[in-house]
Design a protein around this ligand. Structure first.
Ligand SMILES: *Cc1c(COP(=O)(O)O)cnc(C)c1O
Length: 220
């Protein structure tokens, strides 16, 4: 079924949109099936689970850390992580830079924006981004590369709400693209959209969709 699910989703999304298979809570056998079907980008939201799976599965997988990341756990994934989606503080960004430097690499990250109505979802607002870039040390972080933005819509069936939240993320992206990232051709990613709303997200400019249950089935 996993192969069929992947094929179906891929047939609905444009080639420039990257499909990240969100495999959190799922056993490695199912990830292996997705891998054999050609999937190479996987997303996890817990550091320990990510580390355990990375150790077992093939080395050409791109591992995406999509969940909230605690500063003290960055060092566990710094050697191999492909993209960290949920950067939501300057402190975290600074730690990622430090651990990337130790591993002699540059780690790609996305700035997470708070777009949902729920207060529980992590993320910056534009004012906090401004404060961060006003700090001169922001530009001294040479081992992180900010390649775009990420956000999660409100958990609701109301498509109008979801759509307007995705629009606001796309607007933040455009503001940054026209502003502090205007020289940065690598700043081009908008990570938004999950199983229930990835088509709406793509409509609103998503370049990366994070899809779990539509590939691997419902989680417990
Ligand atoms: C779990 C999760 C997803 C995928 O959710 P589905 O509804 O199963 O597609 C996407 N993004 C984040 C940040 C997640 O934690």
């Amino acid at each position: 079924m996993i192969k069929e699910n992947l094929e179906k989703i891929l047939s609905h999304i444009p080639v420039y949109v990257k499909l990240i298979a969100v495999s959190k809570t799922k056993p490695v056998e199912l990830l292996q099936q997705a891998y054999e079907a050609g999937q190479r980008d996987f997303g996890e939201n817990r550091v320990n689970e990510l580390v355990d799976k990375e150790a077992i599965l093939p080395k050409d997988i791109n591992w995406h850390m999509i969940g909230h990341l605690q500063t003290k756990k960055v060092k566990k994934i710094a050697a191999f992580v492909h993209l960290i989606h949920g950067v939501d503080s300057f402190k975290l960004l600074t730690e990622i830079n430090k651990q990337a430097e130790r591993n002699e690499r540059i780690i790609d990250v996305l700035l997470q924006f708070h777009i949902a109505q729920e207060s529980s979802k992590f993320g910056f607002d534009m004012k906090e981004i401004q404060e961060m870039v006003d700090d001169q040390t922001f530009f001294e972080l040479k081992n992180v590369r900010i390649i775009g933005v990420m956000g999660m819509a409100t958990f609701t069936d109301d498509e109008a709400i979801i759509r307007s939240e995705f629009q606001s993320l796309a607007d933040y992206f455009q503001d940054l693209k026209n502003g502090i990232f205007r020289q940065a051709d690598y700043f081009k990613e908008i990570s938004m959209g999950m199983s229930g709303d990835y088509l709406v997200a793509i409509d609103e400019g998503s370049t990366m969709v994070r899809v779990g249950s539509a590939i691997f089935g419902a989680r417990n």
